[in-house]
Design a protein around this ligand. Structure first.
Ligand code: TAP
Length: 469
């Protein structure tokens, strides 16, 4: 009876996980998606706990308390730190899978022959290799994104790097095969830790040659590794929910990584082995180019005359938390009958959907958020392109400069607009570490300053000057 109820609850939880992912497809239903995911997780934990095989209730309570102690502060990080927060979650997931696989191996080994079947051994080896490498790989990724001092941000490369990494992994897999063939041999418990150490090491070495700008993509790839290790854990523990939830996690991570790679025109191999971001900063044309500044009054006047204003947000809008001021600017322009659209690049900011989340928070209608392919054809008719803390995603070098680290990445055609106003605080480059010639164009005028302040000033100018307030 209880077994049937547990399985039924697992079915409900699986259904809710599927719907949670589906609802997260669009901002309009994303919140519902989060609630569905939370409900599914609560059902999953409760149903697992209700199983009669569970004898150590104290340990479960302790684990739940520990989860809260770590999880609640983690949930409070600013939006800009969500990628590294996500990486930490994957690290915990990977570690859990690795520890469960380790515990199960030694338990079954001690219980004698017959327990360690070939099927179970394959599942355990897959689980620990993926679990432990996800653990250290995700910690490294989180550290890089958090700009932890002792972890280099730029890719670290050395001769024969890929070959030695591959050799390391091959040794781990070979040891795993040996263990699968002779799981009850005397040497088996001694060989097992070698696989763990190699997987832990591989996680670190896998991330070292990858630059900071590729970290969000790598995190999505690690997401899929964590999912796959959960699938293997499901087979080890004979838990169907872990298998389905792990498969959903693994495939969604993979799909996300593919979407990001496409948006940057990069291949998986390029992300994992391309040492992106290693190219040294290059001066445009060798000569000193100058930026043209514009006053708030001047910029406001030009905007007032426009028919179409396209706002292009980037990472700087997130840093400045300027989305609410952007909303006020949007309102001011709309009041004047000006068409205002937002051009959303798939990898603007530091995580997928970063701009959408911020603009949705400021209640900007979804219908005015246009993806790159939908807005680019309109850019030549755009009177004003307002770049709000975006840099790499509007850098025209991506179109033609083969030596540029962002070469081939599709960009928002801000440079095709009649006038461009660009808001940023300094002359510093964007995440890829390169200059942006858009800022030196004849049609571009810089509005230096923090995005929230500059847009606030623009709003003041428009609301005061027009007599609308
Ligand atoms: P970035 O190229 O990183 O440029 C952001 C700009 O914002 C900087 O030039 C910075 O200049 C400015 N800024 C920072 N704080 C600001 C503030 N408070 N007020 C005003 N401006 C501020 O951003 P992007 O154009 O959004 O491009 C995203 C980058 O991340 C791309 O290289 C992309 O490939 C990479 N990436 C993103 C993702 C995802 S999923 N989003 C995934 C992988 C890689 P100042 O310092 O001068 O202010």
């Amino acid at each position: 009876m209880i077994h049937g109820l547990v399985q039924f609850s697992y079915l409900i939880a699986t259904g809710l996980f599927v719907f949670a992912l589906h609802w997260m497809n669009t901002p309009a239903t994303a919140r519902r998606g989060v609630y569905a995911g939370v409900a599914a997780m609560v059902i999953a934990v409760a149903a697992t706990w209700a199983q009669p095989e569970v004898v150590h209730h104290g340990w479960i309570i302790l684990a739940i308390v520990a989860g809260f102690v770590v999880g609640v502060p983690l949930s409070m990080v600013p939006l800009t730190a969500v990628p590294q927060r996500t990486a930490l979650s994957h690290a915990f997931g990977g570690l859990a899978a690795g520890l469960v696989g380790t515990a199960k191996f030694y338990l079954w080994y001690s219980e004698g022959a017959g327990n360690l079947t070939t099927f179970r051994m394959i599942a355990i080896i897959t689980e620990i290799i993926l679990g432990y490498l996800t653990f250290t790989g995700s910690l490294m990724a989180a550290g890089k994104l958090q700009e932890v001092k002792w972890i280099p941000q730029r890719p670290v490369t050395y001769p024969l790097q890929n070959v030695s990494n591959f050799a390391l992994m091959s040794i781990a897999v070979a040891a795993g095969i040996a263990l699968t063939i002779s799981p009850t041999a005397d040497w088996a418990p001694k060989l097992f830790p070698l696989i763990i150490v190699l997987a832990l090491l591989f996680g670190v070495l896998l991330i070292i040659p990858i630059g900071g700008a590729d970290m969000p993509t790598v995190i999505a790839i690690l997401n899929s590794y964590a999912g796959l290790s959960a699938v293997a854990m499901g087979f080890v523990l004979d838990n169907k929910l872990l298998i389905t939830a792990g498969a959903l996690d693994g495939s969604s991570g993979l799909i996300l990584a593919i979407i990001m790679c496409k948006a940057m025109n990069r291949s998986f191999t390029n992300v994992l082995f391309g040492a992106f971001g290693q190219v040294q900063q290059k001066q445009i044309g060798g000569e000193q180019k100058v930026y043209k500044g514009e006053t708030i009054e001047g910029a406001a006047q030009v905007m007032e005359q426009a028919n179409l204003v396209v706002i292009i947000p980037g990472y700087g809008m997130a840093v400045a938390q300027a989305q609410h001021k952007v909303r006020e600017l949007y309102d001011q322009l709309k009041k004047r009958g000006i068409t205002v659209k937002f051009a959303i690049h798939a990898v603007a900011g530091r995580m997928p959907g970063h701009m959408n989340v911020l603009l949705a928070e400021a209640d900007i209608p979804y219908t005015d958020l246009l993806e790159m392919d939908d807005i680019n054809p309109d850019m030549p008719q755009c009177d004003v392109a307002l770049v709000v803390g975006a840099n790499d995603v509007v850098n025209p070098a991506a179109r033609y400069d083969k030596s540029s680290p962002i070469y081939g990445m599709p960009i928002i055609d801000a440079d095709k607009a009649r006038t461009i106003f660009a808001i940023k605080r300094s002359k510093n480059p964007g995440f890829a570490g390169i200059d942006n010639e858009l800022y030196f164009s004849d049609k571009t005028w810089m509005l230096f300053g923090d995005a929230k302040n500059v847009i606030g000033e623009l709003v003041k100018q428009l609301s005061g000057g027009s007599g609308l307030h």
